[in-house]
Design a protein around this ligand. Structure first.
Ligand SMILES: Nc1ncnc2c1ncn2[C@@H]1O[C@H](COP(=O)(O)OP(=O)(O)O)[C@@H](O)[C@H]1O
Ligand SMILES: [Mg+2]
Length: 341
Protein backbone atom coordinates (compact mmCIF):
# COMPACT_ATOMS: atom_id res chain seq x y z
CA UNK A 1 0.00 0.00 0.00
CA UNK A 2 2.70 2.43 1.04
CA UNK A 3 4.97 1.33 -1.80
CA UNK A 4 2.15 1.63 -4.28
CA UNK A 5 1.55 5.20 -3.21
CA UNK A 6 5.24 5.86 -3.28
CA UNK A 7 5.62 4.66 -6.85
CA UNK A 8 2.43 6.18 -8.21
CA UNK A 9 3.57 9.60 -7.07
CA UNK A 10 6.53 9.26 -9.44
CA UNK A 11 5.55 10.17 -12.98
CA UNK A 12 2.35 11.90 -11.96
CA UNK A 13 1.43 14.82 -14.16
CA UNK A 14 0.17 18.20 -13.02
CA UNK A 15 -2.50 20.44 -14.52
CA UNK A 16 -2.46 24.09 -13.49
CA UNK A 17 -4.91 26.93 -14.02
CA UNK A 18 -2.77 30.03 -13.65
CA UNK A 19 -5.60 32.52 -13.23
CA UNK A 20 -5.45 36.25 -12.63
CA UNK A 21 -7.37 35.77 -9.38
CA UNK A 22 -6.96 32.09 -8.46
CA UNK A 23 -4.42 29.37 -9.15
CA UNK A 24 -5.58 25.76 -9.12
CA UNK A 25 -3.52 22.57 -9.41
CA UNK A 26 -4.69 19.07 -10.18
CA UNK A 27 -3.13 15.63 -10.10
CA UNK A 28 -4.88 12.39 -10.88
CA UNK A 29 -4.39 10.90 -7.43
CA UNK A 30 -5.16 14.04 -5.41
CA UNK A 31 -7.80 15.72 -7.62
CA UNK A 32 -7.87 19.49 -7.06
CA UNK A 33 -4.89 19.70 -4.72
CA UNK A 34 -4.43 23.49 -4.68
CA UNK A 35 -7.10 26.18 -5.01
CA UNK A 36 -5.76 29.51 -3.77
CA UNK A 37 -5.67 33.19 -4.68
CA UNK A 38 -2.86 34.19 -7.10
CA UNK A 39 -1.30 36.51 -4.52
CA UNK A 40 2.23 36.80 -3.13
CA UNK A 41 3.11 38.90 -0.07
CA UNK A 42 6.68 40.24 -0.17
CA UNK A 43 8.95 42.12 2.17
CA UNK A 44 10.07 44.86 -0.22
CA UNK A 45 13.15 45.78 1.83
CA UNK A 46 14.55 42.28 2.03
CA UNK A 47 13.05 41.06 -1.27
CA UNK A 48 11.76 37.91 0.42
CA UNK A 49 8.44 36.13 0.07
CA UNK A 50 6.37 36.23 3.27
CA UNK A 51 3.26 34.36 2.20
CA UNK A 52 1.63 32.93 -0.92
CA UNK A 53 -2.01 32.23 -1.75
CA UNK A 54 -4.78 32.48 0.83
CA UNK A 55 -2.48 33.72 3.57
CA UNK A 56 -1.16 36.45 1.28
CA UNK A 57 -4.64 37.58 0.22
CA UNK A 58 -5.46 38.53 3.80
CA UNK A 59 -2.53 40.97 3.53
CA UNK A 60 -4.21 42.92 0.69
CA UNK A 61 -5.09 46.41 1.91
CA UNK A 62 -3.73 45.64 5.37
CA UNK A 63 0.02 45.79 4.81
CA UNK A 64 2.43 48.18 6.52
CA UNK A 65 4.77 50.06 4.17
CA UNK A 66 7.51 47.47 3.92
CA UNK A 67 5.17 44.62 2.96
CA UNK A 68 3.50 44.42 -0.41
CA UNK A 69 0.80 41.97 -1.50
CA UNK A 70 1.29 41.41 -5.22
CA UNK A 71 -1.00 39.80 -7.77
CA UNK A 72 1.52 38.95 -10.47
CA UNK A 73 -1.05 37.92 -13.11
CA UNK A 74 -3.47 40.71 -12.30
CA UNK A 75 -4.44 42.06 -15.73
CA UNK A 76 -4.02 38.86 -17.67
CA UNK A 77 -0.42 39.76 -18.35
CA UNK A 78 2.50 38.78 -16.19
CA UNK A 79 3.27 41.94 -14.27
CA UNK A 80 6.20 40.43 -12.45
CA UNK A 81 8.08 37.40 -13.79
CA UNK A 82 10.08 36.75 -10.65
CA UNK A 83 7.02 36.80 -8.39
CA UNK A 84 5.11 34.56 -10.81
CA UNK A 85 7.97 32.07 -10.71
CA UNK A 86 8.01 32.07 -6.91
CA UNK A 87 4.26 31.57 -6.81
CA UNK A 88 4.29 28.63 -9.23
CA UNK A 89 7.19 27.02 -7.35
CA UNK A 90 5.37 27.42 -4.03
CA UNK A 91 2.17 25.78 -5.26
CA UNK A 92 4.01 22.95 -7.02
CA UNK A 93 6.01 22.23 -3.85
CA UNK A 94 2.71 21.72 -2.06
CA UNK A 95 2.05 18.66 -4.21
CA UNK A 96 5.48 17.37 -5.18
CA UNK A 97 7.16 16.67 -1.90
CA UNK A 98 10.83 15.86 -1.93
CA UNK A 99 12.84 14.61 -4.87
CA UNK A 100 11.31 12.83 -7.83
CA UNK A 101 13.19 10.51 -10.14
CA UNK A 102 10.66 10.86 -12.95
CA UNK A 103 9.78 14.49 -13.41
CA UNK A 104 6.13 15.35 -14.08
CA UNK A 105 4.73 16.72 -17.28
CA UNK A 106 2.84 19.95 -16.62
CA UNK A 107 -0.11 21.43 -18.51
CA UNK A 108 -0.62 25.10 -17.67
CA UNK A 109 -3.61 27.20 -18.68
CA UNK A 110 -2.84 30.83 -19.49
CA UNK A 111 -4.90 33.90 -20.52
CA UNK A 112 -5.36 34.17 -24.31
CA UNK A 113 -3.65 37.49 -24.88
CA UNK A 114 -0.27 36.86 -23.30
CA UNK A 115 2.89 37.51 -25.32
CA UNK A 116 5.58 35.08 -26.50
CA UNK A 117 7.93 36.42 -23.84
CA UNK A 118 5.32 35.79 -21.16
CA UNK A 119 4.63 32.30 -22.49
CA UNK A 120 8.33 31.52 -22.31
CA UNK A 121 8.42 32.84 -18.74
CA UNK A 122 5.56 30.50 -17.75
CA UNK A 123 7.31 27.54 -19.38
CA UNK A 124 10.57 28.36 -17.59
CA UNK A 125 8.75 28.75 -14.28
CA UNK A 126 7.24 25.29 -14.74
CA UNK A 127 10.63 23.78 -15.61
CA UNK A 128 12.24 25.49 -12.59
CA UNK A 129 9.49 24.04 -10.42
CA UNK A 130 10.52 20.55 -11.54
CA UNK A 131 8.61 19.80 -14.75
CA UNK A 132 10.05 17.62 -17.49
CA UNK A 133 7.91 19.44 -20.08
CA UNK A 134 5.37 22.25 -19.95
CA UNK A 135 2.36 22.33 -22.30
CA UNK A 136 0.33 25.53 -22.61
CA UNK A 137 -3.39 25.76 -23.24
CA UNK A 138 -5.50 28.89 -23.59
CA UNK A 139 -8.20 29.68 -21.08
CA UNK A 140 -11.35 29.58 -23.29
CA UNK A 141 -10.16 26.32 -24.89
CA UNK A 142 -9.65 24.75 -21.47
CA UNK A 143 -13.05 26.02 -20.34
CA UNK A 144 -14.72 24.49 -23.40
CA UNK A 145 -13.05 21.12 -22.80
CA UNK A 146 -13.91 21.30 -19.09
CA UNK A 147 -17.56 21.75 -20.04
CA UNK A 148 -17.43 18.84 -22.50
CA UNK A 149 -18.05 20.96 -25.59
CA UNK A 150 -17.14 19.22 -28.88
CA UNK A 151 -13.98 21.30 -29.47
CA UNK A 152 -12.40 18.75 -31.83
CA UNK A 153 -15.34 18.73 -34.24
CA UNK A 154 -15.84 21.06 -37.20
CA UNK A 155 -18.43 22.92 -35.21
CA UNK A 156 -18.63 26.40 -33.69
CA UNK A 157 -18.61 26.65 -29.89
CA UNK A 158 -18.98 29.98 -28.10
CA UNK A 159 -17.34 30.37 -24.71
CA UNK A 160 -17.19 33.29 -22.28
CA UNK A 161 -14.79 33.11 -19.34
CA UNK A 162 -15.09 35.89 -16.76
CA UNK A 163 -12.12 35.75 -14.41
CA UNK A 164 -10.61 38.31 -12.07
CA UNK A 165 -8.55 40.40 -14.51
CA UNK A 166 -9.93 39.52 -17.92
CA UNK A 167 -13.07 38.36 -19.64
CA UNK A 168 -12.47 36.31 -22.74
CA UNK A 169 -14.97 35.44 -25.45
CA UNK A 170 -13.88 32.81 -27.94
CA UNK A 171 -15.29 30.93 -30.89
CA UNK A 172 -13.75 27.48 -30.98
CA UNK A 173 -13.77 24.93 -33.77
CA UNK A 174 -11.50 22.03 -34.82
CA UNK A 175 -9.17 22.22 -31.77
CA UNK A 176 -8.47 25.90 -32.29
CA UNK A 177 -9.69 29.34 -31.35
CA UNK A 178 -11.16 30.82 -34.55
CA UNK A 179 -11.68 34.23 -33.03
CA UNK A 180 -11.41 35.78 -29.60
CA UNK A 181 -12.08 39.05 -27.82
CA UNK A 182 -10.41 39.81 -24.54
CA UNK A 183 -11.32 42.74 -22.30
CA UNK A 184 -9.68 43.75 -19.06
CA UNK A 185 -13.07 44.07 -17.45
CA UNK A 186 -13.95 41.20 -15.14
CA UNK A 187 -14.25 40.50 -11.41
CA UNK A 188 -11.65 43.09 -10.31
CA UNK A 189 -13.26 45.91 -12.26
CA UNK A 190 -16.64 44.89 -10.80
CA UNK A 191 -15.13 45.20 -7.31
CA UNK A 192 -13.82 48.66 -8.17
CA UNK A 193 -17.23 49.63 -9.58
CA UNK A 194 -18.84 48.64 -6.25
CA UNK A 195 -16.23 50.72 -4.40
CA UNK A 196 -16.83 53.73 -6.62
CA UNK A 197 -20.61 53.45 -6.27
CA UNK A 198 -20.42 53.27 -2.47
CA UNK A 199 -18.06 56.23 -2.40
CA UNK A 200 -20.27 58.36 -4.69
CA UNK A 201 -23.63 57.46 -3.16
CA UNK A 202 -22.79 56.88 0.53
CA UNK A 203 -19.53 58.84 0.87
CA UNK A 204 -17.97 55.71 2.28
CA UNK A 205 -14.61 54.25 1.38
CA UNK A 206 -14.47 50.43 1.46
CA UNK A 207 -11.56 48.03 0.97
CA UNK A 208 -10.97 45.68 -1.99
CA UNK A 209 -11.85 42.53 -0.07
CA UNK A 210 -15.03 44.11 1.32
CA UNK A 211 -16.13 45.17 -2.16
CA UNK A 212 -15.47 41.68 -3.48
CA UNK A 213 -17.53 40.13 -0.68
CA UNK A 214 -20.45 42.49 -1.42
CA UNK A 215 -20.33 41.46 -5.08
CA UNK A 216 -20.24 37.76 -4.21
CA UNK A 217 -23.11 38.07 -1.75
CA UNK A 218 -25.59 40.23 -3.70
CA UNK A 219 -24.02 40.98 -7.11
CA UNK A 220 -26.62 40.61 -9.84
CA UNK A 221 -27.40 41.53 -13.42
CA UNK A 222 -31.20 41.50 -13.19
CA UNK A 223 -33.50 42.36 -10.24
CA UNK A 224 -33.31 39.82 -7.40
CA UNK A 225 -36.10 40.76 -4.98
CA UNK A 226 -35.21 37.95 -2.56
CA UNK A 227 -31.59 39.02 -2.07
CA UNK A 228 -30.72 40.10 1.49
CA UNK A 229 -29.77 43.65 2.50
CA UNK A 230 -26.22 43.64 3.82
CA UNK A 231 -24.32 45.86 6.23
CA UNK A 232 -21.00 47.14 4.97
CA UNK A 233 -18.38 48.94 7.00
CA UNK A 234 -15.67 51.30 5.89
CA UNK A 235 -14.45 54.82 6.38
CA UNK A 236 -16.49 58.00 6.01
CA UNK A 237 -14.82 60.12 3.31
CA UNK A 238 -15.37 63.53 4.87
CA UNK A 239 -14.98 62.67 8.54
CA UNK A 240 -12.39 59.92 8.20
CA UNK A 241 -14.24 57.89 10.83
CA UNK A 242 -15.49 54.27 10.68
CA UNK A 243 -19.08 53.95 9.45
CA UNK A 244 -21.62 51.26 8.52
CA UNK A 245 -24.18 51.41 5.70
CA UNK A 246 -26.80 49.06 4.29
CA UNK A 247 -26.61 47.89 0.67
CA UNK A 248 -29.36 46.28 -1.39
CA UNK A 249 -29.15 44.18 -4.54
CA UNK A 250 -30.45 47.24 -6.42
CA UNK A 251 -27.40 49.26 -5.37
CA UNK A 252 -24.99 46.59 -6.45
CA UNK A 253 -26.87 45.93 -9.70
CA UNK A 254 -26.56 49.62 -10.55
CA UNK A 255 -22.86 49.56 -9.70
CA UNK A 256 -22.24 46.53 -11.93
CA UNK A 257 -24.20 47.84 -14.92
CA UNK A 258 -21.25 49.36 -16.74
CA UNK A 259 -18.75 46.48 -16.43
CA UNK A 260 -21.45 43.99 -17.42
CA UNK A 261 -22.27 46.10 -20.49
CA UNK A 262 -18.58 46.09 -21.49
CA UNK A 263 -18.59 42.29 -21.37
CA UNK A 264 -21.80 42.14 -23.42
CA UNK A 265 -20.23 44.47 -26.01
CA UNK A 266 -17.28 42.07 -26.29
CA UNK A 267 -19.69 39.19 -26.95
CA UNK A 268 -21.31 41.19 -29.77
CA UNK A 269 -17.92 42.03 -31.29
CA UNK A 270 -16.99 38.35 -31.27
CA UNK A 271 -20.32 37.39 -32.87
CA UNK A 272 -19.91 40.04 -35.57
CA UNK A 273 -16.58 38.57 -36.60
CA UNK A 274 -17.80 34.98 -36.62
CA UNK A 275 -18.16 33.42 -40.10
CA UNK A 276 -21.76 32.46 -40.99
CA UNK A 277 -21.38 28.65 -40.75
CA UNK A 278 -19.97 28.93 -37.24
CA UNK A 279 -22.60 31.51 -36.32
CA UNK A 280 -25.25 29.00 -37.34
CA UNK A 281 -23.71 26.39 -35.04
CA UNK A 282 -23.64 28.89 -32.19
CA UNK A 283 -27.27 29.76 -32.78
CA UNK A 284 -28.10 26.06 -32.39
CA UNK A 285 -25.66 25.20 -29.57
CA UNK A 286 -25.76 28.38 -27.51
CA UNK A 287 -23.04 29.80 -25.31
CA UNK A 288 -21.15 28.57 -22.30
CA UNK A 289 -20.10 30.84 -19.41
CA UNK A 290 -17.31 29.87 -17.01
CA UNK A 291 -15.00 31.62 -14.53
CA UNK A 292 -15.92 33.13 -11.17
CA UNK A 293 -17.75 36.04 -12.82
CA UNK A 294 -20.31 33.56 -14.17
CA UNK A 295 -21.65 33.41 -10.60
CA UNK A 296 -23.09 36.93 -10.77
CA UNK A 297 -26.78 36.25 -10.30
CA UNK A 298 -28.89 36.55 -13.41
CA UNK A 299 -25.92 37.24 -15.70
CA UNK A 300 -26.85 34.27 -17.88
CA UNK A 301 -30.41 35.55 -18.22
CA UNK A 302 -29.27 39.06 -18.99
CA UNK A 303 -26.89 37.82 -21.71
CA UNK A 304 -29.55 35.49 -23.12
CA UNK A 305 -32.00 38.40 -23.30
CA UNK A 306 -29.73 40.65 -25.33
CA UNK A 307 -28.04 38.05 -27.57
CA UNK A 308 -31.12 35.83 -28.04
CA UNK A 309 -28.80 32.88 -27.49
CA UNK A 310 -29.26 29.92 -25.25
CA UNK A 311 -26.81 30.59 -22.37
CA UNK A 312 -25.53 27.95 -19.97
CA UNK A 313 -23.38 28.56 -16.89
CA UNK A 314 -21.06 25.66 -16.14
CA UNK A 315 -22.11 23.82 -12.99
CA UNK A 316 -18.83 24.71 -11.22
CA UNK A 317 -17.51 27.73 -13.09
CA UNK A 318 -14.51 28.29 -10.79
CA UNK A 319 -13.01 24.92 -11.77
CA UNK A 320 -14.11 24.52 -15.41
CA UNK A 321 -10.75 25.67 -16.77
CA UNK A 322 -8.74 23.41 -14.47
CA UNK A 323 -10.90 20.39 -15.28
CA UNK A 324 -10.47 21.07 -19.00
CA UNK A 325 -6.70 21.47 -18.65
CA UNK A 326 -6.55 18.20 -16.70
CA UNK A 327 -8.65 16.36 -19.26
CA UNK A 328 -6.49 17.55 -22.16
CA UNK A 329 -3.35 16.56 -20.27
CA UNK A 330 -4.64 13.10 -19.42
CA UNK A 331 -5.78 12.39 -22.97
CA UNK A 332 -2.99 13.84 -25.11
CA UNK A 333 -3.81 11.36 -27.87
CA UNK A 334 -7.10 13.11 -28.49
CA UNK A 335 -6.42 16.62 -27.25
CA UNK A 336 -2.77 17.03 -28.31
CA UNK A 337 -3.81 19.60 -30.92
CA UNK A 338 -5.26 22.04 -28.40
CA UNK A 339 -1.91 22.83 -26.79
CA UNK A 340 -0.32 25.92 -28.29
CA UNK A 341 3.39 25.02 -28.03
N1 LIG B 1 -20.24 34.04 -6.13
C1 LIG B 1 -19.59 34.93 -6.90
N2 LIG B 1 -20.25 35.97 -7.46
C2 LIG B 1 -19.61 36.86 -8.21
N3 LIG B 1 -18.29 36.82 -8.48
C3 LIG B 1 -17.59 35.82 -7.94
C4 LIG B 1 -18.18 34.82 -7.14
N4 LIG B 1 -17.21 33.94 -6.73
C5 LIG B 1 -16.07 34.40 -7.27
N5 LIG B 1 -16.27 35.51 -7.99
C6 LIG B 1 -15.28 36.34 -8.69
O1 LIG B 1 -14.64 35.59 -9.70
C7 LIG B 1 -13.33 36.12 -9.91
C8 LIG B 1 -12.34 34.99 -9.91
O2 LIG B 1 -12.72 34.07 -10.89
P1 LIG B 1 -11.65 33.05 -11.49
O3 LIG B 1 -12.34 32.33 -12.59
O4 LIG B 1 -11.02 32.25 -10.42
O5 LIG B 1 -10.58 34.09 -12.09
P2 LIG B 1 -9.17 33.83 -12.76
O6 LIG B 1 -9.36 32.69 -13.71
O7 LIG B 1 -8.86 35.12 -13.45
O8 LIG B 1 -8.21 33.51 -11.68
C9 LIG B 1 -13.06 37.09 -8.77
O9 LIG B 1 -13.18 38.41 -9.25
C10 LIG B 1 -14.16 36.77 -7.77
O10 LIG B 1 -14.53 37.90 -7.01
MG1 LIG C 1 -9.61 31.65 -15.14
Amino acid sequence: MFLQRFFSSFGENIAMDLGTANTLLYTKSAGIAVNEPSVVAMDVHKGTVLAVGRAAKDFLGRTPQRIRAIRPMKDGVIADFEVTREMIAFFVRKIIKGFRIIKPSMAICIPTGITQVEKRAVIESGMDAGAREVLLIEEPMAAAIGANLPVLEPQGNLVLDIGGGTSEVAVITLSAIAHYESVRVAGDVMDRAVQRYVRDVFRLEIGDNTAENVKKLIGCAIPMPDAPVIEVSGKDISLGTPKVIRLTEGHVREALKEPIQTIIDAIFRALEKTPPELAGDIYRNGMLIAGGGALIRGLDRRIAEVTKLNVVVDAEPLTTVLRGTARAMEDKERFGGVFIN
